[in-house]
Design a binder for this molecule. Structure first.
Ligand code: GLA
Length: 382
């Protein structure tokens, strides 16, 4: 990918550029907890976005997307937003950098990626982090890494219509090869956990289902959680986020809030604790417990949070039937992947069965991705 990008950059702009990259992510456990001030446990993966980029001495950005085989040009004022959805991510990153007092001038860039789109692996966070990191280096802004992640998150909020939490951009910026990162999304304290489960493989099974209305459904889940937290806060004023609440405090307000909000909140409160339990189990090398907690998360995401779908429930059930150690829908949901913790000796049989049985039921094979935990945002060469 790097050579292709460099050649294209040279052909379009007649120069050599600097090369930056960032990564998509997995999340072992801790789903929909980030915007509730809870814990998440992601890691960056070996699939990401790469760009060749250089300032061009003008006030215009000239972008070429290899994947869409499309180019665009835009200015850096608020009114200059490009029409292509893919370019709005880069425009958003420029604007959010400027809003934070960073310098951004015109630049040329060619970029491409290998994060499967719509699979729940955060291709958009990879794109945002790549450009947030690159612009920070190119223009010498000295913005710290957390703020770079927040530039990506604000881009989603203000330019792409998704009121996401910080997990994806955090993982993409802070990712480190071989380690998962537990982040407390309220205090922003984090800790790296080396993750090499001896005798197990971590594999993603992509249902290839993509739901069009995913971002509005996602925003609705967030509103439910905020309503539940607000109701609890009336009795317990220290509750800033839903993750601060005890389960019994939620029961106190059950009659006051819509049942749907109650179920969403029930899931979140359980999930925050599961992240801590998984980290403890990992430190003991107790993968059976890790896996069991993953199944509990799937149940919650499917029945309480209602972000699974028939295809993902099917894959989860199959994993359970075949004694796979852990399995659950990963990421925002509404399609995408399951993440599976599988004993090595079971791996081949499980993948074969997943492909065959899924295809027999849904008419197409799922895609299989083996997970390699890798580095996040970085400069590749200058
Ligand atoms: C998406 C969002 C994240 C997070 C997950 C669910 O990936 O971008 O902020 O909320 O969904 O855990």
């Amino acid at each position: 990918m790097q050579t292709k990008l460099q050649e294209k950059f040279k052909a379009l702009f007649g120069k050599e550029g600097r090369v930056f990259a960032s990564a998509g992510r997995i999340n072992l456990i801790g789903e929909h907890t980030d915007y509730n001030g809870g814990y998440v446990f992601p890691g960056a993966i070996d699939k990401g976005i790469m760009t060749v980029i250089l300032p061009n001495g003008t006030s215009k950005v000239r972008l070429f997307s290899m994947d869409y085989n499309e180019s665009t040009e835009f200015g850096l004022e608020e009114a200059d937003a490009p029409s292509q959805a893919w370019a709005r991510y880069v425009f958003g990153v420029c604007r959010e950098t400027i809003k934070r007092g960073g310098k951004v001038e015109g630049f040329d860039a060619v970029f491409a990626g290998d994060v499967p789109l719509g699979a729940g692996l955060s291709s958009s966070a990879a794109l945002e982090s790549t450009f947030a990191f690159a612009l920070n280096e190119l223009f010498g802004n000295g913005i710290d890494k957390f703020e770079l992640a927040k530039i990506g998150q604000s881009t989603e909020h203000n330019y792409c219509g998704v009121k996401c939490g910080i997990m994806d951009q955090f993982a993409s910026v802070f990712g480190k090869a071989g380690s998962l990162i537990r982040l407390n999304c309220k205090t922003l304290e984090y800790k790296y956990f080396p993750f090499k489960p001896e005798g197990y493989k971590v594999v993603l099974i992509d249902s290839c289902v993509k739901h069009e209305l995913a971002s509005s459904a996602y925003n609705k889940r967030r509103e439910s959680c905020e309503r539940a937290a607000a109701a609890i806060r009336k009795n317990h004023p220290d509750v800033e986020f839903l993750s601060d609440a005890k389960r019994v405090w939620l029961d106190e307000v059950r009659a006051e809030i819509p049942e749907e909000d109650f179920l969403r909140a029930e899931y979140v409160i359980g999930e925050v604790q599961r992240v801590l339990d998984v980290c403890d189990a990992l430190e003991r090398g107790d993968y059976e417990t890790v896996g069991e907690l993953m199944y509990q998360t799937h149940f919650g995401l499917s029945r309480l949070y209602e972000v699974s779908c028939e295809e993902l429930d099917f894959l989860n059930k199959l994993a359970r039937k075949m004694d796979v150690t852990g399995s659950r829908v990963m990421g925002g949901g509404f399609g995408g992947c399951t993440i599976n913790l599988v004993k090595e000796e079971l791996y081949d049989a499980f993948i074969k069965a997943a492909k065959e049985q899924f295809a027999a039921k849904f008419g197409h094979e799922p895609k299989i991705y083996n997970v390699v935990i890798s580095d996040g945002a970085r400069e590749i060469c200058r």
